[in-house]
Design a protein around this ligand. Structure first.
Ligand code: PGA
Length: 231
């Protein structure tokens, strides 16, 4: 894939989910053994639900896909309800009938594991309110490796909505910008008026460590946004 940016505004989150599901569906049709970096967060859940419905209807087969974990809070005990891996498993891996998963356990070996698979075909990403990708918190350049980071106040606040009153851990492990930007294609999903300013900074402003998502324009990038996020 050559770098290039495609941006499409959808009328609402339902259409965004459907169009994003079509996008991944067509990649899996072309390449059944697709390797996919998988974001959690609210934004891609509609897309994952649409894909799961297609798998249940036997119009989509994801059994050859490999799912690679994007990020995880640091220091959680096994079985902690805040595990992002468990969220990825119940929203994406299990309902899509995927058997192969690369967890983000050890930052020291993660990149080699991805490389051993031949690299990422696709990265599915949401956009942080501060412009982060995964937990690559600003300021963050394009070469940042997979590592443990301290979350910014914006991320702590936005992540609170996921956990029903539970605290958000202060630290996390994230796939590095080097891994994310190495994907052969990236899909960025954005919805809501609260993301409008940061999406514009990522797409229309300069490349800058202050907005890690601004580096996505170096990749073969598709952005699907709803009208609130990209009028
Ligand atoms: P959201 O999270 O999809 O829940 O808005 C995106 C992110 O913080 O990366």
């Amino acid at each position: 894939m050559t770098p290039g940016v495609t941006v499409r505004t959808l009328p609402d989150t339902l259409m965004l989910a459907e169009v994003a599901a079509d996008w991944l569906d067509s990649r899996i049709a072309r390449r059944p053994d697709l390797t996919v970096l998988v974001a959690t967060g609210q934004t891609p859940m509609g897309m994952y639900g649409r894909l799961a419905a297609r798998v249940r209807a036997s119009t989509l087969d994801c059994s050859g896909v490999t799912a690679v974990q994007l990020d995880e809070y640091a220091g959680l005990p096994d079985g902690d309800p805040r595990s992002l891996r468990d969220w990825m498993m119940r929203s994406f891996v299990t309902p899509l009938g995927i058997h192969k998963v690369v967890p983000l356990d050890d930052p020291a070996t993660f990149t080699a594991q991805v490389e051993a698979l031949g690299g990422l075909d696709v990265a599915i990403l949401g956009l942080g309110p501060n412009g982060h990708l995964g937990f690559n918190e600003p300021p963050c350049g394009p070469d940042a490796p997979t590592r443990t980071v301290t979350l910014t106040p914006e991320s702590l606040l936005s992540n609170r909505s996921y956990w029903n009153g539970l605290n958000v851990p202060m630290q996390a492990v994230t796939a590095g910008m080097d891994v994310i930007l190495g994907a052969r294609e990236t899909l960025l999903l954005v919805s809501g008026a609260h993301k409008r300013g940061i999406l514009s900074a990522a797409l229309d402003g300069p490349e800058t460590p202050a907005v890690p998502a601004s580096y996505l324009r170096r990749t073969a990038l598709t952005v699907f946004a709803d009208r609130e996020a990209r009028p």
